[in-house]
Design a protein around this ligand. Structure first.
Ligand SMILES: [Zn+2]
Length: 411
């Protein structure tokens, strides 16, 4: 069968009809609806070798002349009341490419499609379950054993109902042993491509993140009896920092983002100067050096403001992750593929993490394609992409798959 991008759009609508409702997509991992989606996908690829691995990742394989494998990946699971494209586009578009390649006879290298299990982490707040198991980076089994969903079902029980043993899940690692390249198409989930009027872009990598709790400590004092020049107002330090991080992000540039998402003040009453202000700070950049620079700039600024306001400040790291950079040569091939089908390409970083980041961390050359999202919306039923852009994205993935097959074969 020749490539038919219109069929991808039709199949995505069919999947939405089958597994969604008036509130959006309901393919939450480890539910019957998710399994229904997996069976539906298996039906669309009947005739191609299919298996579930130890983490319930779903794999299709076209054996090639060489065992070295090009992998195309995505995820069928969604958040509750999710969009029709997040994750599913990658799998359904990948299936179209796989059928096209299968139709042309044995490929020179093995070509595989994977639908990763539980990318979203919607039920147990643990994202990238299947891909981290396969990548060998899943190390939080002890913590996961204690996780429960909103109904009180424990994670080990929920996944056991789908044939997955928490400790055995990492057996999925064998799936990446022969992997030579990994491709993932995804909706952008942000406004950049739409604002530039471009259908497609190449993803350079995923942002590194530094997350800190920054606490300013002053002295509670009566709001009526304490003169303005005698105050140790913790909120004043926090307020100055909030405005300064915007300047820091602007100065560093290249997509830098800094956010104080929460400030909790104590005692938090109208009759007292603020004694403590706890700020949650999130900083992101694609370049590790620049990210470190942003962090040290914010730290230095906070000390300066603490001094100015006669308060103290302390920093506690909550979470961090290094930037994950995709493969230079695959980025080049992705650029060529996009230019071929859409005329212009654009390179951009990804704010959200994706399964591709786990695969890349495992040392497998990886690249992602983004297709424009309308209004930048995702994780809502309002998520949408123009049909013509979906069709272009299938074509670009197809061209990239051909280039990548050749690239894997030549290495
Ligand atoms: Zn996704």
């Amino acid at each position: 069968m020749p490539l038919d991008p219109k069929r991808t759009v039709a199949e995505l609508r069919e999947l939405q009809e089958l597994t969604g409702d008036a509130d959006g997509a309901q393919r939450v991992a480890w539910t019957d609806t998710w399994v229904k989606a997996q069976k539906w996908m298996a039906g669309k690829l009947a005739g191609i070798e299919m298996e579930f691995d130890e983490a319930r990742n779903q794999w299709w394989t076209l054996p090639g002349d060489s065992d070295r494998a090009l992998i195309i990946g995505g995820h069928l699971d969604s958040v509750p009341n999710g969009g029709w494209l997040d994750g599913a586009l990658n799998v359904v578009a990948g299936s179209e490419v796989l059928r096209r390649i299968a139709d042309e006879g044995e490929p020179p290298v093995t070509v595989r499609l994977v639908s990763w299990a539980d990318e979203e982490g919607a039920r147990f707040s643990r994202s990238l379950f299947g891909s981290s198991a396969a990548a060998g980076s899943m190390a939080d089994q002890d913590e996961l054993r204690e996780r429960k969903d909103a109904e009180g079902t424990a994670l080990p029980d929920a996944i056991a109902a789908h044939g997955v043993d928490l400790d055995g899940a990492t057996g999925a690692r064998r799936q990446l042993e022969s992997a030579a390249a990994y491709l993932e198409l995804h909706i952008e989930q942000g406004p950049v491509l739409e604002s530039m009027d471009l259908p497609l872009g190449v993803v350079l990598g995923t942002f590194g993140v530094e997350r800190h709790l920054v606490t300013f400590r002053g002295q509670a004092a009566h709001a009526g009896s304490t003169p303005m020049d005698k105050r140790q107002d913790a909120l004043a330090g926090a307020a100055k920092l909030e405005l300064e991080i915007r300047e820091i992000a602007k100065r560093i540039g290249e997509g830098a983002v800094c956010t104080i998402g929460s400030v909790v003040t104590k005692p938090g009453i109208v009759t007292s100067v603020v004694e403590t202000a706890e700020c949650l700070l999130d900083q992101r950049h694609l370049d590790a050096t620049q990210l470190a620079e942003m962090l040290s700039n914010a730290e230095a600024a906070s000390r300066r403001f603490a001094q100015e306001e006669n308060v103290e400040v302390e920093w506690e790291r909550i979470w961090n992750i290094e930037p994950i950079l995709f493969d230079d040569e695959l980025i080049e091939l992705a650029d060529e593929s996009i230019r071929e089908v859409a005329g212009t390409s654009r390179r951009l970083p990804s704010g959200p993490l994706h399964d591709a980041a786990e695969v890349s961390r495992a040392g497998i050359p990886t690249v992602m394609l983004f297709v424009q999202s309308l209004r930048g919306l995702s994780h809502t039923k309002l998520e949408d992409t123009k049909e013509e852009h979906i069709e272009l994205s299938v074509q670009a993935l197809d061209r990239l798959a051909d280039r990548a097959v050749e690239w894997v074969g030549s290495r």
